[in-house]
Design a protein around this ligand. Sequence first.
Ligand code: SF4
Length: 126
Amino acid sequence: MSKIGIFRCQGNEKKCPLTNCLLSLQERKQGFARYDQPELYGIFSLQEDFEENVNLANIMKSKGVEVIHIATCAFSKKAEGKNWELGGGYYNNVDSIAEKIAKETGLPCVKGTAHLPEGYEVECFG
Ligand code: SF4
């Protein structure tokens, strides 16, 4: 079993209830294809403040989270049709955030959850 924590985006808190993130986790596909038994252990919203993200990630860790995922919409956007493309997401420094979370918590931090952009190889920090 892999205990998963998800960071979502503040920018779409009132637009998306994480439906595809949760379905992808449940169905072990997209960003969660690597796990045999992924289990959702917590969700927080990414903050602009780096240190605050580390604090939240540490809370997830204290609750038992083993791997942290950052929602796909943090670093990509919906293109024409149904496809998503890299860039244009809600945050422009997701790599730095993921790197910092991984370094400070000791947990792997993975970029991506649902509807991964075409050609994107899931990146894992830590
Ligand atoms: S990645 Fe997709 S499903 Fe998940 S929160 Fe963002 S827009 Fe919603």
